[in-house]
Design a protein around this ligand. Structure first.
Ligand code: ADP
Length: 202
């Protein structure tokens, strides 16, 4: 089974591309979704996080307050490392379970969508990387519109990440999402045809 890693910067359009692929019956594993699942109450990673960061990071319903935890690790790189040492292996285990399930059901190709695929050192666990790219100005506009935040807040989020111009160098395929939704849909279909369907024939 061929594993294609799908990544890109914030609001580059990863989720939109993943939805288009799902619409084409392509299986997609979403690392963001897994990262939310592994920290739900009762999960081993949940217990480890509460032991590490205390009950102060919990909501009244005992779920983890992601904003509160986010604030702690944003301000403290060592705390971030401790959090990631808990969550990353848990996400990885989940992803591997999913991959095994898909492999056993005979799927030839699967998409592994992870915003921090490259930064988290997971590149070696996929067979190739597709990067969704946008220029900085478009990225800022889309973050502002989607997350209803100011230009300044959007700039901070974008500045905290690997620059898109650098990230795109890691992709064997770059999906250019500077155009319209229609252009994106065409490009995703063409990319799939060229990179997957035609290669399966040869
Ligand atoms: P990511 O998953 O990379 O953070 P999203 O797929 O959520 O990014 O896209 C960010 C925002 O930009 C969303 O609101 C999405 O609807 C919008 N968007 C994505 N692609 C386009 C496009 N080509 N034209 C206009 N808006 C787009």
């Amino acid at each position: 089974m061929r594993i294609i890693g799908l990544t890109g910067g914030i609001a580059s359009g990863k989720s939109t591309v993943a939805e288009l692929l799902k619409g084409m019956d392509v299986p997609v594993i979403d690392a963001d979704q897994l990262s939310r699942q592994v920290v739900t109450p009762g999960e081993p990673a949940y217990n480890a996080i509460v032991a590490e960061f205390g009950t102060g990071i919990l909501n009244t319903d005992r779920t983890i307050n992601r904003t509160a935890l986010g604030k702690i690790v944003f301000a403290d790189p060592a705390a971030r490392q401790r959090l990631e040492a808990i969550t990353h292996p848990a996400i990885r285990r989940r992803a591997e379970d999913e991959l095994l399930r898909l492999k056993q059901s005979g799927k030839p190709v699967v998409i592994y969508m992870a915003p921090l695929l490259i930064e988290a050192g997971a590149s070696s666990r996929v067979d190739e990387i597709w990067v969704v790219y946008v220029d900085r100005e478009t990225q800022l506009k889309r973050v502002m519109a989607r997350d209803k935040i100011t230009r300044e807040e959007a700039s901070q989020k974008v500045a905290a990440q690997m620059p898109m111009e650098v990230k795109k160098l890691h992709g064997s395929v770059v999906i250019d999402n500077r155009g319209s939704m229609e252009e994106l849909a065409t490009q995703v279909q063409e990319t799939w045809n060229r990179e997957v369907l035609q290669k399966q024939k040869t």
